[in-house]
Design a protein around this ligand. Structure first.
Ligand code: PLP
Length: 464
């Protein structure tokens, strides 16, 4: 039998995962047979032009996935009857060698155990068949009741009739813009904003205009000037734990913004996906409470429970509920009810709120480590946040810092990723610390960043 030679050129991500993925495919399509011996690490490394270490990691991953068995002295073999044994496996492309402070992922915690136990309970439920049917585009009533209850914990009116269930918050943003904006309209947002709104605005043909911010968030006078200049009638913003700066807009600032919105008939899309991190909600009334007839309030499970379940919702202004629901039908017919059922149960039995509490604690633990290594730096970092905004001192530029961090296997995002407008972004980077798989990983990554920021970079600059 000729030596197995996987094709990995077209596969993305780390090479060792590409080899393991190719092995799974080869077992499934029969090109690798049960009990077939795999090439030695050295031979395969030679054939593929990769290091022996990469092949060793690929084989270790294949053992983890239950594709193969490795026996000292005998080599590595496809498991007997390997084709049938391939377990439920979701490929991932997280490189364990990179300290991921770039993406704004929540820490994982015990959520898989929670899911396992809920799936088992659900499996026994005589009413399970309901989640296999088409539903109303607005979502099932008991799901909307749970989401309304959840939103009301963040200070919104508790009104299930105004809830429209979505497939995550990005979808909720899409629905709100589909309902409220037309191509050519100007959409206002914070000058540094969640990149997902940038791509969405471009795709929908909207002109995105950034509004200057200070350490309390959007600056009311600037907002008013821009509304007058542009005639804009929609604002997307994140009053709680603004992404990327982590700022919580104080109540007096919210009132000023709400007054301007009322005066000019400005619709507000209020993204509260990080609101659960705030444990003093009484100090921060949402726009959805101040201006319910002009605010689309968005929230979802991605950061506080699980991004994979894709559960989100819009609490829409009363006169817009039907339009938002029609946009659900147009974009995805309905949100997957099985997932919403799980989240609803977790809202009803308190699991969702326990998860939020856990995240506040976990984010605080991680944030403490971040601040330890950056204590002499200019950093915006609100209590309990998973993301902080580091303003760099000269001679660092954001791009140089990001590049040098990447050389140390630490990934972070420069201000340009979040910036809206033609001017030059400030020299800042966003550091997120929910994605690293452990506290130790946060510590090691931050140690590297801390060392880097205190380094002299003149020598480096002189060769650029
Ligand atoms: C501010 C903000 N809104 C929305 C999203 C997307 O949420 P979802 O995963 O629920 O679509 C993110 C994800 O990072 C975000 O930071």
């Amino acid at each position: 039998m000729s030596r197995w030679m996987p094709k990995i050129d077209h596969r993305k991500g780390p090479r060792y995962l590409a080899i393991a993925d190719a092995m799974g495919d080869a077992i499934r399509d029969g090109s690798l047979q049960p009990e077939q011996r795999l090439p030695t690490h050295r031979d395969l490394a030679y054939d593929l032009g990769v290091t022996v270490g990469t092949v060793s990691r690929a084989y270790a991953e294949a053992v983890r996935r239950d594709y193969v068995i490795g026996e000292v002295g005998r080599g590595t073999y496809v498991k007997p009857d390997g084709e049938k044994r391939i377990p439920f496996y979701i490929p991932y492309d997280i490189d364990p060698n990179v300290f991921d402070f770039g993406l704004n992922f929540p820490a994982e915690g015990e959520r898989v155990d929670l899911l396992r136990s809920s799936l088992m309970t659900l499996a026994q439920d005589p009413g399970l068949g309901a989640v296999m049917r088409y539903q109303s585009e607005q979502g099932m009533l008991h799901h909307r009741q749970s989401m309304a209850k959840w939103a009301s914990q963040h200070g919104t009116p508790n009104d299930p009739d105004r809830i429209v269930i979505s497939n995550g918050v990005q979808h909720a943003m899409t629905l709100s813009l589909m309902a409220q904006a037309r191509a050519g309209d100007t959409l206002l947002c914070e000058e540094y904003t969640y990149p997902g709104i940038k791509g969405l605005a471009t795709q929908l043909g909207l002109k995105l205009q950034g509004v200057p911010m200070d350490d309390k968030g959007l600056i009311p006078e600037k907002l008013e000037d821009i509304v007058i200049q542009t005639g804009a009638r929609i604002l997307y913003c994140m009053p709680n734990y603004q992404n990327p700066t982590s700022v919580i807009m104080p109540l007096d600032r919210r009132k000023e913004i709400a007054d301007i919105a009322q005066k000019y008939g400005l619709w507000i899309i209020e993204d509260d996906i990080y609101g659960f991190l705030n444990d003093s909600l009484q100090d921060t009334i949402p726009f959805a409470q101040m201006l319910p007839e002009q605010t689309y309030y968005l929230n979802g499970s991605s950061k506080c429970v699980s991004p994979g379940l894709r559960v989100g919702f819009v609490l829409a202004p009363e006169r817009k509920v039907k339009t938002v629901a029609a946009c659900v039908r147009l974009s995805s017919w309905m949100a997957a009810p099985l997932n919403v059922e799980i989240i609803s149960r977790w809202v009803e039995d308190g699991t969702a709120f326990q998860q939020m509490e856990w995240h506040r604690e976990e984010a605080s633990r991680r944030r403490e480590i971040v601040l330890k290594y950056l204590d002499d730096q200019d950093i915006m970092s609100t209590d309990h946040t998973y993301h902080s905004w580091l303003k760099l001192a000269s001679p660092w530029t954001a791009d140089t810092f990001v590049m040098r961090a990447r050389e140390r296997d630490v990934s972070i995002m420069p201000a340009s990723t979040f910036h809206v407008g033609r001017g030059t972004p400030i020299n800042a980077v966003r550091i997120c610390y929910g994605a690293p798989p452990s506290i130790e990983n946060v510590e090691e990554g931050m140690k590297r960043l801390g060392q880097l920021i205190h380094e002299e970079i003149h020598a480096f600059e002189s060769v650029m």
